[in-house]
Design a protein around this ligand. Structure first.
Ligand SMILES: [Mn+2]
Length: 363
């Protein structure tokens, strides 16, 4: 039985979206730290093999210290480490995989064709291949078949199970016929679930940290055991910060109270939140600055959006014999002829600005 930890798509030195430049810099530092955290976690779990399925670096023009930090962190791993470079960090003799002094326990796959590393002490063979260019159109699994010899056969590979041809297509049929015990894949940024095709288990762990609102929810790594008779694997949440999008209907509620109630006890201080207010509000809409003052310290970063509609009863003043009535009547007419939701939204905005202006003049 082999104990494994499978991770991928660190994308170290990513630009990080939706953060201030200082926060982005600090997050790049955290990302490097998280590799050290991963190494220590592997040791605490007595892992034999750490399988890193590519895109560890976001690009090859990375900060040199990032690759060195990764090498130092991986040197702490008591088990063996296997790296299969991906489309963002293809193997290049002049690049970080070729030039940094990687510790002895780290094996980096360097070729686009399949290579096998035998580990007799574990009764195990680890296979892998690298991207050597930003695109690879061939599957190294074509015609591949691991022998049925009572050993555990593990693959580490960056590629695309259900995608197009550009980033190394991995046909499901080839996985099913591979005879592999486990295929530790990388490329897809969201945990795939632990999958099985015929006798071969496979999974994408996703990236261990979300990097933007397109990578919301839990992120982590895969931990467990592999054995010729099967695998016992589970997802372990590992992200230090989560990205979340919260839609909050504030009809009849004070927006900052609604927000504080919604996250009460949720431990959001490390998380990046986008809060979208919906529902109906008074003419002025949501006072986002006031919400920010009341709630910003509950989050690492808080982004606020007002997508509320003006309360329907405000439009009822459209019948009045007053400047406000005439103004609303004209906007109602235009709203009736609006070409789509975008124009309706603009008319809504116009009504809000107009009404606040008129109200403050006390007509
Ligand atoms: Mn990729």
């Amino acid at each position: 039985m082999v104990k494994i930890l499978h991770a991928a798509d660190f994308h170290l030195d990513s630009p990080f979206l939706n953060l201030t430049p200082e926060q982005a810099r600090s997050r790049r530092g955290e990302a490097r730290q998280s590799v050290l955290r991963l190494a220590r976690f592997a040791n605490a779990e007595h892992v034999d093999l750490v399988l890193l399925a590519g895109d560890l670096f976001d690009g090859l023009n990375l900060y040199r210290e990032t690759a060195e930090t990764l090498a130092e962190a991986l040197a702490e791993v008591e088990g063996r480490v296997f790296i299969a470079p991906g489309n963002h960090d293809p193997y290049d003799p002049q690049g970080p995989y070729g030039t940094v002094a990687w510790p002895e326990n780290v094996h980096i796959f360097k070729h686009r064709t399949m290579e096998a590393v035998e580990l007799p002490e574990l009764d195990c063979v680890v296979y892998g291949a690298a991207f050597t260019e930003p695109e690879e159109h061939e599957s190294p699994l074509r015609g591949f078949r691991a022998p049925e010899d009572g050993r555990t056969h593990i693959l580490v590979l960056h590629g695309d199970v259900d995608g197009g041809r550009r980033y190394r297509p991995i046909p499901r049929g080839e996985l099913a016929e591979s005879g592999l015990t486990y295929a530790a894949l990388g490329h897809v940024h969201r945990f795939s679930g632990i999958q099985k095709l015929w006798r071969t288990w496979w999974a994408y762990p996703g990236c261990p940290e979300g990097r933007g609102f397109d990578e919301c929810g839990p992120h982590g790594v895969i931990l467990g055991t592999a054995d010729p008779s099967g695998c016992d694997l589970r997802f372990v949440s590992f992200a230090r910060r989560k990205y979340e999008i919260l839609r909050l209907n504030v009809t009849g509620r004070v927006p900052e109270t609604a927000l504080l109630d919604a996250v009460e006890g949720a431990g959001t201080a490390s998380d990046v939140y986008r809060v979208i207010f919906t529902g109906e509000t008074a003419a002025g809409g949501v006072d986002l600055e006031r919400v920010r003052r009341a709630a910003a310290d509950r989050f690492y970063q808080l982004e606020l959006r007002d997508e509320t509609r003006m309360a329907e009863d405000l439009w009822q003043h459209a019948g009045e014999d007053s400047l406000r009535g005439l103004f609303l009547k004209e906007l109602l007419r235009r709203r009736g002829q609006a070409s789509g939701p975008e124009e309706e939204q603009r008319i809504e905005q116009a009504a809000r600005f107009g009404l606040s202006a008129l109200e403050s003049r006390d007509l």
